[in-house]
Design a protein around this ligand. Sequence first.
Ligand SMILES: NC(=O)c1ccc[n+]([C@@H]2O[C@H](COP(=O)([O-])OP(=O)(O)OC[C@H]3O[C@@H](n4cnc5c(N)ncnc54)[C@H](OP(=O)(O)O)[C@@H]3O)[C@@H](O)[C@H]2O)c1
Length: 384
Amino acid sequence: MRSLAILGSTGSIGTSTLDVVRAHPERLTVVALAAGRNRELLKAQCEAFRPRCVSVGSREDADWLRAALPYRPDLHWGETGLMACALHPGADTVVAAIVGSAGLASTEAALRAGRRVCVANKESLVVGGALMHEAALAGGGELLPVDSEHAALHQLLDGRDRATIREVRITASGGPFRDWPLARIHAATVAEALNHPTWKMGPKITIDSATLMNKGLEVIEASVLFGLTADQVAVTVHPQSQVHAMVGFHDGTYQLQVSANDMKLPIQYCLLYPDKQPGPVAPYPWEAARTWTFEAPDLDRFPCLGLAFEALRTGGTAPALLNAANEVAVAAFLQGRLGFWDIQACNRDTLSSLQATAQGSLEQVLDADRAARRHAEGWVQARA
Ligand SMILES: NC(=O)c1ccc[n+]([C@@H]2O[C@H](COP(=O)([O-])OP(=O)(O)OC[C@H]3O[C@@H](n4cnc5c(N)ncnc54)[C@H](OP(=O)(O)O)[C@@H]3O)[C@@H](O)[C@H]2O)c1
């Protein structure tokens, strides 16, 4: 039986994780749940799963939950509450599904405490990849990627002699603006950017999918997870989102990983690894006729992908600078304070204005994150 702490339980990945738990009551149990502001959904989750430890964003919501719940879990709030869930002694597995670099410290702490950490929170790997590896090594933690492309790569690379591998390729749906001319992309609205063609996800990652920043973060994530250089990670646009990743060998051949585009599959992969069991998603329907297409990404219309490669080549805190600028720019876009095309401009300006340093300690990485946020906020205000 695996005992889970789910950080970000009320989000898209969090709720899918609970669906996987429901499908495996004899293998998975929930010990801790942490969320931000959605106290009604968290209450319903607590009633269904009865976790011993619960954390919510604010003290007020913790008080509300204490009064509303029909049982008495340990109730926490804020950063310390998140950490209490991440480090709960009854949990052997942590699902890191908070959005943004807010998930960095809890992911690092869980790895350092020797947990299996199923990381959906790609930002923590982008911002502090070396630190995550170091924490896992120091504490005996195990890092498994929930992102569909990286879970696919994990399956393709598992047990492989790395010397045989020439490159890995992750696929991108291309997002809602894949076919749009540049002039139309310039003026894209929030509603248009949130209308993702193949995946149903939280708002931040959905905007990142429209700019291809999400794929850029995933390129960095792949490099961090599998020890690859920028030249060994490539992106192929595949609008149907059925092939998730490919591994290319020196002899010119490729292996591909195929599944339905349902996040419950990579989540279950991480939770049950190395076991493979029937779960909540039906086997791939090969009887249905379908067409798969593949094309190269267009870096002129989607410059954020190029910026991610640039940050990866620079190394050190450059990915953290880019990620923080992007979090600020996406939030400003969602609030109507920036235009869609401004997101890439803000990211570019932050990356070129601030000096990247070696990653160093967690505090140094967080310093870089804060400096980039300040710079990007200034950029947004100057633009308004
Ligand atoms: N969605 C996908 O299909 C997908 C696929 C691959 C990777 N990912 C990655 O997974 C992560 C989560 O994505 P998502 O789409 O699930 O996001 P989401 O739907 O926006 O959910 C985010 C979750 O984090 C919680 N949260 C945010 N800030 C918090 C804080 N400071 N303290 C405690 N909880 C906090 C939210 O709580 P409240 O809602 O209660 O405020 C919510 O439960 C992201 O890093 C994303 O890139 C997502």
